[in-house]
Design a protein. Structure first.
Length: 294
């Protein structure tokens, strides 16, 4: 795969639009395969606006990259020279497999990268008859402002496929992390779901309000985890201490297998939600800028 290659992004939703924006800013010839071209143009424009607002690129650079992006709405219009397909459509194996199988057949030399957050890559690769060149590139929201990307290989994904995708992402300024086993949810979503499950138990049992849980995670866990992860925290606190803590708490932690009406714990104020989104994006942009300066 060339340093500057032809990339097809399948889907231009919240995630896909920013992923495609990043590839275009990285100098790749980028096209979107979408159902609604006009709606997708608006989403991609918003992605470039975020890149400029976050200080990732200047207006002139963004405008030039934006101008070069193409939009198509049929597989028949896909460039036969496409080297990388990045899929970001709904989390449904049948929907993904149906479209990706057609693309894999049309593009026998292209890598098929999926932004799935939970579907096993071994299963997806088999479903599209291209297991050796199917790989997971799981981005975190918002992709433009979150450097890490999980690289997930299926049981038959070739080493060359994984290494190629890793190199491409590094060149874009991302921080790939390799998931060593193809398990549902990979790393990020398993950790996130575990925290969510316990948060729901605490709120449901009247131990704390959703607002308090959010505050404890933002100002407590996240503040320290920014500098030391779980295993580093154990090393600093002492194995004996953490062994006793775990043996005391593990039997009492939630083991729920279903969620009950998540929306009842959420506010319905759109203005307040917009403020949260703005706070998140500004904070992430400032962190990213500091890291790039270093």
């Amino acid at each position: 795969m060339a340093e500057r290659s032809r990339v097809l992004v399948v889907g231009a939703g919240l995630m896909g639009s920013q992923i495609g924006c990043e590839y275009s800013l990285g100098g790749h010839s980028t096209s979107f395969l979408v159902r609604n071209v006009e709606q997708s143009r608006a989403r991609v424009s918003s992605a470039f606006a975020l890149a400029v607002e976050a200080g990732l690129v200047g207006e002139d650079v963004a405008a030039e990259a934006h101008r070069k992006i193409g939009f198509i709405d049929t597989v028949a219009s896909v460039d036969d020279a496409t080297e990388l397909v990045v899929e970001s459509i709904p989390e449904d194996l049948v929907i993904k497999a149906t479209l990706l199988r057609e693309l894999a057949t049309r593009l026998p030399g292209a890598i098929i990268a999926s932004n799935t957050s939970a579907i096993p890559l071994t299963e997806l690769g088999a479903a599209i008859d291209a297991p050796e060149r199917t790989v997971g590139t799981h981005y975190w929201n918002p992709p433009l402002l979150m450097p890490l990307v999980e690289i997930v290989a299926g049981e038959r994904t070739s080493g060359e496929t994984r290494e190629t995708v890793t190199s491409v992402l590094v060149a874009l300024g991302k921080e790939p992390v390799h998931v060593q086993r193809d398990v549902p949810g990979f790393i990020w979503n398993r950790l996130q779901a575990a925290l969510l499950r316990e948060s729901l138990w605490l709120v449901g049992e009247g131990v704390a309000t959703p607002e308090t849980i959010d505050r404890v995670v933002r100002s407590g866990l996240a503040r320290r985890y920014r500098y030391t992860g779980p295993f580093e925290t154990i090393a600093l606190g002492g194995v004996d201490v953490w062994t006793r803590v775990a043996e005391t708490l593990f039997p009492h932690l939630s083991n729920a297998t279903r969620t009950e009406a998540l929306e009842r714990w959420l506010g319905s104020d759109d203005e307040a939600l917009d403020a949260v989104r703005l706070r998140r994006d500004r904070g992430l942009a400032e962190e990213l800028a500091r890291e790039r300066d270093l």
